[in-house]
Design a protein around this ligand. Structure first.
Ligand code: HEM
Length: 515
């Protein structure tokens, strides 16, 4: 028998033997073998990859933490941690003698121009790339941007009022939130909006992004198998490749147009263009980063607005409490501004609780332990282990929060707050019920040197949009006839699939204009 024939004949046998040996090694001899997790997931990477590409990883991970506790082995070389300390140990600023846990290359891929953006770049490039962006995202800069943001919220309210006044009140509110956040970040980031609110349609640039959000998770699930991913890239239709290039070219054009614009408007790029020098970002890096800022700066914020509205509608007593706070705190709509909104305790508590129940980045943000190993939550973890904190699982863990799946903004209020009373639909609680809650587990913007740069902007948009919505409209679920009775068409936000971010099912609601 020649060598080729022998290889073909015995390949299946070698393959099966190899898989058995691998399973034995992963179960008994691997340095992570003492950590608990579902059996098949500890033996092979495949169940993780399958769960990821089918949109169930976030929910599966929660189930496993509920069953196995604070540390779960999600794949032969991957551990998932949900204790608050893990945030500092994995993502936090490094103590002397500890290297940063790097971004995981399975996920952190270059932009179509071949360079890495701020969010995906290597640790050594990160300070250089982040520095010119910092002033544009400061609270001081935000004050100068407030008028631009408010202008788009005026337009949002005008668009929604038109529907409410025509009696054609059912709207997919998710689209309106998306259009608002895209227009704002388009204007602040590129100096020109996408005109989504103006036209009440997704701009082609935005549609392309949404069309390909899932692809990131799908690509990551095959990146675990380099030979399949090379094959997929080779088989990818040329048209898909050209579409990605064309999309990126559109971003680059927008950046170049903004750079050529002689203006003193205080948008995000104005700071970068003044501060950047030959030690800062190169033009290709700036193009890659601008493109990612549009996505990072719009999708998570609109997800948060959609999810919060969904939680409020499913909990009418909480909605009512917030409506009272909003409508009694201002005499006119023009008084609603960022300084005034900082003072509303129930609004703040609603967002904290919504971040807990439906974090916009629900999955683990993947990192790799440096080759020499490091300590996480008191455990010595071997080098090159994949690690992360899965937000959805951590925030709904019964060991961290009392009534973990209930929407109770009151848990975030001070104990002596007059708002700190249960409503009839709540489980019983008093001032002492939530003292044991592990609040520092909730870090929706991550921590450390690579945390979210857009926190201030995100809060500004969320507060302004939600309060002005509640100021102007009463909101209701749409209804339909079920078994001869009218019932709410209730989307349960957190039941949606996730592909790194939440999927975007329609969320139709009814608006009644009250002004
Ligand atoms: C509710 C809204 C938001 C949430 C929950 C959120 C969450 C996050 C998280 C968890 C990270 C860390 C990602 C990682 O380590 O891989 C991040 C990074 C980032 N976010 Fe946000 N984000 C939000 C809004 C925004 C906004 C409004 C902007 C800007 C316009 C923005 C821009 C960025 C950028 C540029 C990074 C990368 C920062 C760096 O690597 O230095 N985000 N965000």
């Amino acid at each position: 028998m020649d060598l080729t024939l022998a290889t073909i004949t015995y390949f299946p046998l070698f393959f099966v033997l190899y898989q058995i040996a691998l399973a034995f090694y992963n179960l008994h001899l691997h340095p992570l073998s003492r950590y608990p997790g579902p059996l098949l997931w500890r033996l092979y990477r495949l169940p993780f990859a399958y769960s990821l590409q089918s949109g169930r990883l976030v929910h599966d991970t929660k189930r496993f933490h509920d069953r196995y506790g604070a540390i779960v082995r999600l794949a032969p070389n991957e551990l998932s941690f949900i204790d608050a300390q893990a945030w500092q140990d994995i993502y936090g600023h490094r103590k002397r003698g500890h290297k940063e846990m790097t971004k995981n290359p399975i996920w952190a891929q270059p932009a179509p121009n071949g360079v890495f953006s701020l969010i995906n770049c290597a640790e050594k490039d990160h300070p250089r790339m982040r520095k010119p962006f910092v002033p544009g995202f400061s609270l001081k800069a935000l004050k100068a941007q407030e008028d631009i943001i408010s202008g788009y919220i005026d337009l949002l309210i005008a668009r929604l009022s038109k529907h409410a006044n025509l009696g054609d009140q059912v709207v997919d509110i998710k689209d309106y939130f998306n259009w608002t956040t895209f227009d704002i970040i388009g204007d602040l980031g590129f100096g020109e909006p996408f005109d989504c609110l103006q036209t009440e349609r997704y701009h082609e640039w935005v549609s392309f992004l949404f069309g390909h959000l899932k692809d990131g998770a799908l690509m990551a699930s095959v990146n675990f198998y380099p030979w399949i991913s090379s094959l997929l890239v080779a088989l990818m239709p040329k048209s898909a490749y050209r579409a990605a290039q064309a999309h990126f070219a559109m971003s680059s054009d927008k950046v170049r147009r903004r750079m050529a614009l002689k203006t003193d408007r205080k948008d995000l790029l104005s700071y970068v263009l003044t501060l950047n020098d030959d030690k800062g970002l190169t033009l290709p890096e700036l193009e890659a980063t601008s493109s990612i800022i549009i996505l990072a700066g719009s999708e998570s914020t609109s997800t948060m607005l959609t999810g919060t509205t969904n939680l409020l509608l499913r909990n009418p007593s909480k909605l009512e409490k917030l409506v009272v706070e909003v409508r009694t705190s201002f005499a006119t709509e023009s008084e609603i501004n960022l300084d005034a909104l900082e003072q509303l305790p129930y609004l703040r508590a609603v967002f904290q609780e919504a971040f807990r129940l439906i974090p916009p980045v629900p999955t683990q943000i993947p990192r790799i332990v440096p080759p020499e190993g490091d300590i996480i939550c008191g455990h010595v973890i071997p080098g090159n282990t994949f690690v992360g904190v899965p937000q959805y699982a951590a925030y709904r863990y019964a060991g961290h929060f009392k009534y973990p799946d209930s929407f109770i903004p009151e848990r975030w209020l001070s104990e002596d707050s007059p708002l700190n009373r249960p409503s009839s639909s709540d489980p019983t609680f008093d001032q002492s019920t939530f003292v044991g809650d592990k609040r520092s587990v909730v870090q929706p913007f991550s921590v450390g040197p690579r945390n979210c740069i857009g926190v201030n902007l995100a809060y500004a948009e969320m507060r302004l949009v939600l309060t002005r919505l509640l100021w102007n409209f009463n909101l209701k679920f749409t209804q339909r006839l079920i078994d001869e009775t009218l019932e709410d068409e209730m989307l349960i936000f957190e039941e949606q699939k996730t592909y790194a971010l939440w999927e975007r099912e329609p969320f139709k609601i009814q608006l009644q204009s009250i002004r």
